[in-house]
Design a protein around this ligand. Structure first.
Ligand SMILES: Cc1ncc(COP(=O)(O)O)c(C=O)c1O
Length: 379
């Protein structure tokens, strides 16, 4: 198999991640914060380690402000449904994933005003338009890096605009975390992350990191339940992280995430970016040389999260992806990649694109084989 679907979930995972998950399953096993046996304490230790590790990765000085969820979809929903009510206004970009657009559609049915701020055909937000749209908004939720084009937004400029308008800014770093700088130093109030993409952890991990001065009490909890704390009370504890974390934690997943972040830190983000970019550039250049091909990506030299989205004239994206899967065992995504609004923005709706997303472990030889496969399809 040639795995070129790292924007969906990264694979393979570093050996340390697999070992950490396996070690948890074999040697820990108990439920974190539930009970006082050694295994339960060890399980709690894993959760606390992970909270510290994630907080530090995103530049938070207080691990209490890191909340774990199942993935970034759940993290985003926690904030949107917990903060927005009838009469509120929210702004997002025209490059969002369905993890944002679907909850916002639901909220618009409930009286929330939803504004899609325009982007150009490379996916960049028009910051002048954003400035106007932000007037009166309670919240902005913006995709940091597009899962369709790999375009990276200027999060610092967006932060300034949000601050000037007194709005809370949530940055969806699903695609940027572990690839380009994506932390609190860019200025957002809330970071929503997922553990299984560029962070190289396992599926079922993700969460929110709040800036120190952000008041998370304005987020009503989306789900209430057991936290292992204040169990005598029928009401959800009001302190972080318990306020927003209900039910048994994903201990194995969090153990894997600690190992994944250690692994990334040992390589360094600059090196990760350089390696990914080199391989993605080669792939994109090879596709661009094929007759009738168009690659949708930011201009050379601009930050790019190594996502090679393309179309071929006179054929459909399912036909290309079916051929790559069937004849060459190549994993990729075709169609809308859960982001139809982004395709409308870049001009690839309704056909979508084929997305080849190499990862940190993709080899040059895999890229050459993938290019040869696309050339053979073209005939
Ligand atoms: C930009 C963006 N946001 C949100 C998501 C949802 O991620 P998850 O399925 O981990 O919740 C994705 C996944 O592709 C994404 O690319």
């Amino acid at each position: 198999m040639i795995y070129l679907d790292n924007a969906s979930t990264s694979w393979p995972k570093p050996g340390q991640v697999v070992e950490a998950v396996s070690n948890y399953m074999k040697n820990i096993g108990a439920s974190p914060a539930r009970g006082n046996c050694t295994a339960a304490m060890d399980a709690l230790g894993v959760v606390l380690d992970c909270r510290e590790s994630v907080a530090s990765f995103f530049g938070s000085s207080n691990p209490i402000n890191t909340v774990f969820t199942h993935n970034v979809t759940w993290a985003i929903n926690t904030v949107l449904h917990g903060m927005l009510f009838d009469g509120d206004k929210v702004v997002c970009s025209a490059m969002e994933h369905n993890a944002v657009t679907r909850p916002l559609t639901d909220l618009s049915d409930k009286g929330v005003e939803v504004v899609y701020s325009p982007c150009d055909t490379q996916g960049y937000l028009d910051l002048d338009a954003l400035e106007k749209n932000m007037q009166g908004a309670k919240l902005a939720v913006i995709n940091h890096a597009s899962n369709v084009t790999g375009t990276v937004q200027d999060a610092e400029a967006i932060s300034r605009i949000c601050r000037a308008n007194g709005a809370v800014f949530m940055l969806d770093v699903a695609q940027s975390a572990g690839v380009v700088p994506s932390g609190l130093s860019l200025g957002p109030d809330i970071i929503a992350f997922t553990g299984h993409k560029g962070l190289l952890g396992v599926p079922g991990t993700g969460g929110l990191v709040f800036a120190d001065n952000f008041d998370a009490e304005q987020i009503h909890s989306l789900a209430q339940g057991g936290t292992g704390s204040l169990s005598e009370q029928s009401r959800q504890p009001d302190f972080l992280p318990d306020r927003l974390e209900s039910g048994t934690m994903n201990g194995p997943g969090l153990a894997g995430l600690v190992a994944a972040i250690d692994f990334l830190n040992s390589i360094g983000l600059d090196e990760v970016y350089t390696r990914k970019l080199a391989i993605a550039d080669k792939l994109a250049a090879g596709i661009e040389d094929i007759a009738g091909a168009t690659v949708y990506r930011p201009d050379n030299g601009k930050p790019w999260t190594a996502v090679v989205s393309f179309t071929l004239a006179d054929t459909t994206t399912p036909d290309i992806a079916d051929y790559l899967a069937r004849e060459h065992n190549i994993c990729c995504r075709h169609g809308f990649q859960c982001a139809a609004v982004a395709h409308r923005t870049i001009g690839t709706f309704p056909g979508g694109t084929v997305r080849l997303s190499p990862g940190l472990f993709t080899t040059e030889s895999e890229v050459e084989k993938a290019l040869e496969a696309v050339r053979m399809f073209r005939g």
